[in-house]
Design a protein around this ligand. Structure first.
Ligand code: ARG
Length: 459
């Protein structure tokens, strides 16, 4: 008979057992479920709600069940529905009536809210570590290539020269925000819902605060209906993960472009590339593509849970069981992607010569020619127009602006002197942007140092 079978005259149809059951995917919360139950039963014993000896036997047996699960000795049952009732059923099988006291003053509704919060809190810690490792690798690339000049793009058209280090640091900043979003999200997750009962609270004098302390929560939740019925923290986490994946995906997209013959800015290591079953010459950036692709999957999970939660009346509804596959898949996907991403970028070769050659094409120093004229007293709008004509002339002649002869320069503006060549060299263009946040090599070096300090200061 089901743990809740008292009022039923018939067994559940096996189709319904199957349909209703979440054990296939919520079994992974076994540890959080057991730790929560130990804390709950101990508290029941302390508060005199159940005999202390019973609390101790429950606690001891739950620990044994945990060990048995970890040793692969336990088989969960579909007809016991979910991880919560599976563990309770095993407990009752082992210690009979004493085990039946565990669920006093508790509902699966506050229990599942507790378990998922504890589970996601642990996963956020793992994800943050993986992200920090990725960040350290991004930073070491910025460090190694802090002075390597490459074209910066807008509209995927060459715009102004930047350093490869600066480009890497752009991603470092994004990942820093991703990390802080995860930590914010963890703070909002870390409130202890037990005591909410099914929805209204409970008549037993539970010491909620002590359970919260024991389980490492920052405090307890303050509305029983909210405690069991919201999953905003699940949405928030998947949203943080979606943004993280969006950043990974943009990075990967650039690597895919840069690995192409047309760009040839980087080359993936053989161990992080794949071949074609028909074209012998191919070396494909599958790893980067797959990370880009899996981003869609994480967005899908976000859409799933947003849609599941929309319009649910308070308080608990079974619809909410659908939160788990979505959030587990999102977490698993990011946990899968981050280490592969880290190793992929750690092993790739950056072709500095090609980066520089790329920067030299496409008139990336045109803004600097205009700025040169501004320094000679020409209003910027006017110098913009003069240089525009100069670019048209350069295209006609098939040369770069810094390949102009003095005569060619003078044909455009009489104010240009010999110092123009120095003023518009790629190095000057980069190093001239020497304000906080700029691409100047000295600035990039400082930001790299700040990046290491940031990572070292993380606990
Ligand atoms: N497996 C359920 C879930 O994940 C646990 C809570 C069930 N509560 C209930 N009243 N049916 O949401």
């Amino acid at each position: 008979m089901k743990l809740w079978g008292g009022r039923f005259g018939k067994a559940t149809d096996t189709l319904v057992d199957d349909f209703n059951s979440s054990i296939r995917f919520d079994a992974r919360m076994y540890k959080q479920d057991i730790l929560g139950s130990i804390a709950h039963s101990q508290m029941l014993g302390r508060c005199g709600v159940i005999p202390k000896e019973d609390a101790d036997l429950i606690g001891k047996t739950l620990k044994e069940i945990l060990a048995d699960i970890e040793d692969g000795k336990v088989e969960f049952r579909i007809d016991a529905e979910d991880i919560h009732m599976n563990i309770e059923t095993i407990l009752i099988e082992r210690i009979g009536d004493v085990g039946k006291r565990l669920h006093t003053g508790r509902s699966r509704n506050d229990q599942v809210a507790l378990d998922i919060r504890m589970y996601l809190r642990d996963e956020i810690d793992t994800l943050s570590e993986l992200l920090k490792t990725a960040m350290r690798t991004v930073l070491s690339l910025a460090d190694k290539h802090s002075g390597a000049i490459m074209p910066g793009y807008t509209h995927l058209q060459k715009a102004q020269p930047v350093s490869f280090g600066h480009h890497m640091l752009a991603y470092f900043e994004m990942f820093k925000r991703d990390l802080s979003r995860l930590s914010d999200c963890r703070q909002r997750i870390n409130w202890m819902p037990l005591g909410a009962g099914a929805l209204a609270g409970t008549t037993y004098p539970l010491d909620r605060e002590s359970v919260a302390r024991e389980l490492g929560f920052d405090g307890i939740t303050h509305n029983s209906m909210d405690s069991v019925s919201d999953r905003d923290f699940v949405i928030e986490l998947i949203s943080c993960l979606s943004m993280l994946m969006m950043h990974l995906s943009r990075f990967c997209e650039e690597l895919i472009l840069w690995s192409s013959n047309e760009f040839s800015f980087v080359e993936m290591d053989d161990s992080y590339s794949t071949g074609s079953s028909i074209m012998p010459q191919k070396k494909n950036p599958d790893v980067a593509e797959l990370i880009r692709g899996k981003t869609g999957r994480v967005y899908g999970s976000l859409m799933t849970i947003l849609t599941v939660m929309k319009s649910l009346p308070l308080a608990y509804n079974k619809d909410m069981q659908e939160d788990k596959e979505a959030v587990f898949d999102a977490v698993d996907t990011v946990k899968l992607c981050l280490p592969v991403f880290t190793n992929m970028i750690a092993t790739m070769t950056v072709k500095e010569d090609n980066l520089l050659a790329g920067a030299k094409g496409g008139f990336t120093n045109a803004t600097d020619v205009a700025d040169y004229l501004v320094k000679k007293g020409v209003p910027f709008r006017e110098s913009h127009a003069v240089v525009g004509k100069m670019v048209a002339l350069a295209i006609e002649k098939g040369k770069a602006l810094d390949e102009f002869t003095m005569d060619e320069f003078h044909a455009c503006s009489s104010l240009i002197e010999e110092d123009i060549y120095e003023a518009i060299s790629m190095q000057t263009c980069v190093d001239g942007r020497d304000l906080i946040g700029g691409t100047a090599t000295a600035r990039v070096r400082k930001e790299v140092e700040a990046g290491y300090a940031f990572l070292d200061a993380q606990k």
